[in-house]
Design a protein. Sequence first.
Length: 482
Amino acid sequence: MDQALVGMCVNERRFVTIPPKLAYGSEGVAGMIPPDSVLHFDVLLVDLWSPEDQVQIHTYFKPASCPRTVQVSDFVRYHCNGTFLDGTLFDSSHNRMKTYDTYVGIGWLIPGMDAGLLGMCVGERRVITIPPFLAYGEAGDGKDIPGQASLVFDVLLLDLHNPKDSISVENQVVPEGCERRSRSGDFMRYHYNGTLLDGSPFDSSYRRNRTFDTYVGQGYVIPGMDQGLLGMCIGERRRIVVPPHLGYGEEGRGNIPGSAVLVFDVQVVDFHNPSDSVNITSHYRPPDCSVRSQKGDFLKYHYNASLLDGTLLASTWNLGKTHNVVLGFGQVVLGVDMGLREMCVGERRTVVIPPHLGYGEAGVEIALVSWKNWLLHGAVAAGHLAVCPDPSAAPSPCCCLDLRSAGFRGGAGQRRAGVRHRAAGAGGRAARGLHVRVDRRGVPQPLRGDRQGRRRGRPPGGVLRVHPRPGGQRQREAGSRI
């Protein structure tokens, strides 16, 4: 039999015939083998090893990029199929649908596995063959593995980290002209793709078509992201690698397994601080800038409204008409109202409005606005009324409000308010015009509806001309009645 087994391979099968002189000879074995018996053996080799054997490693796939390999004291997550040398399966993490998670090189594994995992890359596949004296030895494991069994593990490494790891920032793309970087206490809006270290996705704000909005450095997100989002510019892209002790720990969350390293590919859309005010940058101011906008003034202006990342939200140029407001009376959000103050006609400026001075958490997310002021009218005195049927007859062009352009329309308020207004034309005939009331804030109020105006021969819109009041007294055109 010694001669017959030499040269055999595992899983090889041989039929061996042994003459008596090479077997039990003339003595035989009492009760079993008679003397001078020829013996026949059907042999299948299941396992073999030598005391000089070491762990054998065969790598059959290795990723092109391998920035880090397994070292002593690293924590790893891997899948494996465990078989004997003949291919008989005794264990599989794939069947359990759960990775094997352990420290390497500190005695948590059998010696052969400790040695076999060293130097692996995430995503690498290798076969590790371990002799019994580096596995479970003569006794086996008492369950599935017999004594003196060589073991074969087909391993796929999914994850590795070290308890001493901190976050790492990779693949930074920083836009030019970064005037400010994020700091603790800022409120940030960003997009991200979240994956495990092997590339398996677990979350994406892009798929939800909505940014992730949170405070930075205040504990609203996992500690690793709190750190990784600091020092970023608007429009910056970066990859943040978060070890599990700065992520979701040993328990994991949802479809994130326990002890998983997390990879976030982040793009910052915008950020602000709750203490921020409106930021104004003037790009052009005409030489003659003696008259500047203030509360109560009527403004006609053009603007482009965009997010801080440049995404255009609205444009009056695209609409082909100006936006018209009276300053200081809530016709626009507070940040816009502040941004339009102290402007000259023809001035261009960029106004950055934080959300708490814009549309807040639930409104339109306008963060950056570029304004050009086209027309400025002085404040209108409370109760001051005048009608100019003929726009060319305006005594002061800067005090002419185009109500049709401003969106003002008549209503039933004229009759209720007891206000009547007629302007006499040539020959004493009453001229046709729009009847308008001005409240205490200087805001023109609707009086007569379009339909009513048409029935009486009045145009649905008109021109209101407001005259100054020297000495605080009303001043009217000749022939007009209020």
